[in-house]
Each structure stands twice: as C-alpha cells, then as structure tokens.
Design a protein around this ligand. Structure first.
Ligand code: SF4
Length: 283
C-alpha cells in the first residue's frame, strides 16, 4: 500500500517561500495515501498560474493544461479511464474567470472529479493583478483606484449550480485541508474544494493573519448539518463565504458516469434505465 512518500517526486517546487500552495501539495499527497490510492491510480490535471505547477510536483500522472481548461481535460481523462481518480486544480483566476463556464457545467454534470482551487485572490504568476476573487476596492497595479467589480463567491455559485460536494479550507490548517480533500476524493460525483492559499509576494491584504481573523470554522458550529442545502447556503451568505470545512454534501445524486448506461450497466437494473430488455442486452 502506498504511503505519503510514494506521492513525492524529486522536482523542487519553485513557488516563493511561504506560498500557500506548498500546503495544498502536501495535503493532496497525504490525502491520496490516506484514502488508499496508488500513484498509478491518480491523475492530477492543472491549469495555468502559480498553482498550475502542482501537477509536476506530485508523483502521479500529471497534465499541465492551459489557462482555465483544467476541467475539460480532467473530465476527458475520467471519461477515458474511469478507474483513475482524477484531481483537477488551478487558481481563482484560472477557475473563476476564464474557466468559470467549465466550472459551472462540471458542477451540474456531477462527474467524479475533485476540483481543488488555490484561491489567493490575485493573479500571482503575472505579478499581481486583481482576480475575480479580489474584494471590491482592492488596489493592484492593474486597478490603481481599486477594483470596481465585486468579488465572486465560488461557494454561492457552486450551490446555485447544484453542486453535490462543496468544501473550503485554508493552507495554514493542514489537518482540515487533508481531511476535506480525503472527503472529496471519496465523494462519488464532482467535488469543489476552494482553498484560501495566500500569495505572500503580491497580496499584502489577504495574508495568513487576515484569513486567521476572518475564517469561520464549521467545527465551531456544533449543530451545523452539511446535508442541509438551505442551511449551507444561509451560512455561506451569513459569513460572507468565509466558512471552512465540509459545507455541503449530497450523496444521493448519481454521478455523470453512473448515469451513462454503457458505463453503468453493471451497477444498474434495466428498469432504472427506462429501456427495453432488447436494448439493454445490446449495450
Ligand atoms: Fe505563490 Fe504568489 Fe509566489 Fe505565485 S507569486 S508562487 S502565488 S507567493
């Protein structure tokens, strides 16, 4: 059985010292080992940005895609080989700007892919422009008078799109981050895990200390029920999307793959497919 060490390779990350993405890498490696994966059973697909480098730093199948397109590639990988566990990854600019269309449709498709977004609320690789997660009024070189647009809430968008698994965590909380990634990997369907992953070089507002002051940990809300969609949406709105932990999970909805008769034949009875016995036998 593979251990954490088996998911490490000898490529040295070139992220800035202190970048939150280091913890995301470590949490993926830990979670993969904890859920019993082998390196040859995991594919990590990434987009473009500092976060995009992550697919090269994990000993597994890796594909460094193009900006905003990690999800189409990851879905193709999963459809071609459903025995692989597939992680898609990227940054907030990658997934919630150019890639937002793919994000919404992958969510409603409920394909069995775990999407981990390193949300640093800025474009880091291109040296610090406002991203769709930057707060209104956020000043950067590209927005010297402050951002005019308001920040998007990926949690609200995911819930509205019918997500079956929504979680959020923080690079500084490796224990929680590992646990939510494990839960995402075990979820049968699409899982969105948004991670507050500070950019220590260009974002001097949303720092580790800022997140520590503003995060609301669901472990501290004892009667929270993550299977209750209305409660999840209400808490997201009440906390201005600063919740961390597993926010929502629906285990009842069938995944995309399991809804395709030719993929699901072994797992489904013909009456579930609403087709004749003759058509069932042709499959
Ligand atoms: Fe991380 Fe920011 Fe450095 Fe990119 S620029 S590696 S996001 S700290």
């Amino acid at each position: 059985m593979a251990t954490l060490k088996d998911f490490r390779n000898n490529v040295k990350p070139n992220w800035c010292p202190g970048c939150g993405d280091f913890s995301v890498q470590a949490a993926i490696q830990r979670a993969a080992a904890n859920v019993g994966l082998e390196p040859e059973g995991l594919a990590v697909v990434s987009g473009i940005g500092c976060s995009g480098r992550i697919s090269g730093y994990i000993n597994a199948y890796g594909f460094h895609g193009i900006h905003g397109r990690s999800l189409p590639i990851a879905q193709g990988v999963k459809m071609a080989n459903r025995d692989l566990t597939v992680i898609a990854s990227g940054g907030d600019g990658d997934g919630f700007a150019i890639g937002m269309g793919h994000t919404v449709h992958a969510i409603r498709r409920n394909i069995d892919v775990t999407y981990i977004v390193m949300d640093n609320q800025i474009y880091g690789l291109t040296k610090g422009q406002a991203s769709p997660r930057s707060a209104e009024g956020f000043k950067t070189k590209s927005t010297p008078l402050g951002t005019i647009e308001s920040a998007i809430s990926p949690l609200e968008v995911a819930m509205a799109a019918g997500a079956t698994f929504v979680a959020q965590s923080f690079s500084s909380n490796l224990k929680q981050l590992t646990a939510v990634i494990e839960a995402g990997l075990n979820h049968k369907g699409f899982s969105l895990i948004n991670v507050f992953s500070p950019c220590v070089t260009f974002n001097k507002v949303n720092t580790y200390d800022w997140f520590k002051e503003n995060i609301v940990d669901l472990d501290e809300i004892p009667d929270y029920d993550y299977t209750n969609r209305v409660m999840a949406m209400t808490k997201i709105m009440e906390t201005n999307s600063m919740l961390t932990g597993i926010i929502y999970q629906n285990k009842e909805k069938r995944s995309y793959e399991d809804s395709i008769p030719t993929f699901a034949k072994e797992g489904l009875a013909k009456q579930d497919l609403h087709i004749s016995e003759a058509d069932f036998n042709k499959m």
